[in-house]
Write a protein that binds this ligand. Structure first.
Ligand code: BG6
Length: 505
């Protein structure tokens, strides 16, 4: 639990000139500074190939904060105080000299402070450079202190099970697992962390959180954006690798895990791994009954015409990469036997919305006459991950009037109403956790591998057959027809995600 500011820390960002640093990391650190969460003794050393004067680099970072931070402007004197933490080292990641210079700089900072500092090496570089940087760090002794030296890695953690195992083996040759912080930024989202609070800090829900009361679960993460400037990466990855293997599987774990004995990193991660291990392997010969893929065609989103996936920059004209994936998973344990989990995600969909719906079963015996039940619906719990972060529980009420007519009504909690606070960027939480050495919200090697184990049969099945109907959904819709069939075969349908302001059936 977080009570104090972290101990003295130096954050080294490899790829400090890139987009991630500019849009996410520096704005998050600036917000932590404004809220007095950064360590009293703190330094950032940005490392990148590009030679740029510190002053120009700082001006660029300031612009990034102004563009992307929730606190809008990097005004003086806050900016002056914050920018004093930042150093820039123009150097080649390939050269051993880079790491000698870095080691000397780190030593000099520690000597000036007169204390030992946590040294955090953040890999904000393309994945192809990770191995080289870690090996150099290892060779130059910068990873030796297992207590204080940490490495932060961004996805992708491999592109299938075999490559993930290889990557994990390489990393753990240089580092102890406790020094590795694999980021899944969804876990830093307030609403996602709140799933644990909701489930395990309330006596009300846990007793009904199982196959006796829950009919099925739907997890939707929809985006209106296309692939933007990330075509080169995305066309190699696709929706299953980019979103499902990590973010959606983590959401599923939070909903399905058993209550932890304590709130410690390994205990929580153990419980999540148990879920992943209990997922029933998808049968090769019935793949289409469990997994559906799609690719967007041109269409209209928010009154604007948008191009098809194949017309996006850096995408092959005959690309068979999926920009949409929907899967059905079954969890073989006592709690979840026969409760399907339906997951879907896609680019260029109708709305930007991430939502988890827990659909409860109907009451065991219906005593009301059919005339009362025209608008009746079983209970549903909605967890709005974003936007309009909150939770909504729908239940039945008697509609006012002389007749006994039932209809669904909603109980709502929104962060906005309850806390009057803006929601922090997930990177704020995650960076602070790394400085404090708390790995609860980070992916352990076995979690990553277990999630790939679930994905591998789908990936292999899809790779072995060409989707001859791509593009198969119009931009601005909820995905291909086949995704509807996935639920229809079970007598169900996707709920239209709502943002608290629309009634839905
Ligand atoms: C990233 C994916 O991990 O998550 C992107 O690579 C996706 O493709 C993004 O757009 C979504 O994250 P958020 O926080 O914007 O919902």
């Amino acid at each position: 639990m977080r009570n104090n500011r972290p101990e003295a820390s130096i954050l080294v960002i490899f790829g400090a000139g890139g987009d991630l640093s500019w849009r996410k990391l520096i704005p998050a650190l600036f917000n932590l500074h404004l809220n007095n969460w950064l360590p009293e003794k703190f330094a950032i050393i940005g490392v990148d190939l590009k030679p740029i004067e510190l002053e120009k680099y700082l001006a660029h970072l300031r612009q990034g904060i102004n563009n992307f931070s929730r606190s809008i402007h990097a005004d003086d004197p806050d900016w002056q105080n914050f920018s004093a933490f930042i150093h820039y080292l123009s150097a080649d990641f390939k050269e051993s000299d880079t790491y000698t210079t870095l080691a000397n700089q780190l030593k000099a900072v520690e000597q000036e402070w007169g204390v030992k500092a946590n040294k955090i090496f953040y890999q904000a570089t393309p994945p192809s450079l990770v191995k080289m940087i870690i090996e150099h760090l290892g060779q130059s002794g910068l990873l030796d202190d297992r207590q204080r030296n940490r490495v932060v890695l961004e996805k992708p953690f491999g592109h299938d099970l075999v490559s993930a195992i290889k990557l994990n083996t390489m990393i753990t040759n240089q580092l102890d697992e406790s020094q590795i912080f694999r980021i899944d930024h969804f876990l830093g989202k307030e609403t996602v962390q709140n799933i644990l609070a909701f489930r395990f800090a309330n006596a009300l829900f846990e007793p009904i959180w199982d196959q006796r009361y829950i009919d099925h679960v739907q997890i939707t993460v929809a985006e209106t954006l296309g692939v933007e400037h990330r075509g080169e990466y995305y066309d190699q990855a696709g929706a299953l690798r980019d979103m499902v293997q990590n973010h959606l599987m983590q959401l599923l774990c939070m909903i399905a895990m058993e209550p932890p004995v304590s709130f410690t990193d390994n205990e929580i991660r153990n419980k999540k791994v148990d879920v992943l291990h209990a997922i029933r392997p998808i049968p090769e010969d019935k793949l289409s009954s469990f997994a559906v893929r799609g690719q967007y065609d041109s269409g209209i989103i928010q009154d604007k015409a948008v191009p098809s996936y194949r017309e996006e920059p850096d995408i092959k004209q005959d690309s068979t990469t999926e920009s949409f994936a929907a899967i059905k998973l079954m969890i073989d344990n006592w709690r979840w036997q026969d409760v399907p989990f339906y997951l879907r995600t896609g680019k260029r969909m109708s709305e930007d919305v991430s939502e988890i719906s827990i659909q409860f079963k109907p009451v065991p015996h219906q005593s009301f006459p059919p005339t009362s039940l025209e608008d009746w619906q079983p209970n549903r719990l909605l967890i709005h991950v974003q936007p309009n972060e909150g939770i909504q529980l729908s239940f039945q009420a008697k509609q006012p009037g002389p007749q006994m007519k039932l209809g669904p009504v909603n109980m709502r909690f929104t962060y906005q109403d309850a806390f009057h606070a803006t929601i922090p960027n997930p990177y704020e939480t995650l960076l602070l956790d790394v400085m404090q050495g708390d790995a609860t919200l980070f992916m352990r090697a076995d979690q990553v591998e277990a999630a790939w184990t679930v994905m591998d049969p789908i990936l292999q099945g899809w790779e072995s057959t060409n989707p001859d109907n791509f593009p198969n959904y119009e931009a601005g819709t909820w995905g291909p027809k086949a995704a509807d069939e996935l639920l229809k075969q079970d007598g169900r349908h996707w709920f239209i995600p709502c943002c608290f302001d629309r009634s839905k059936k």
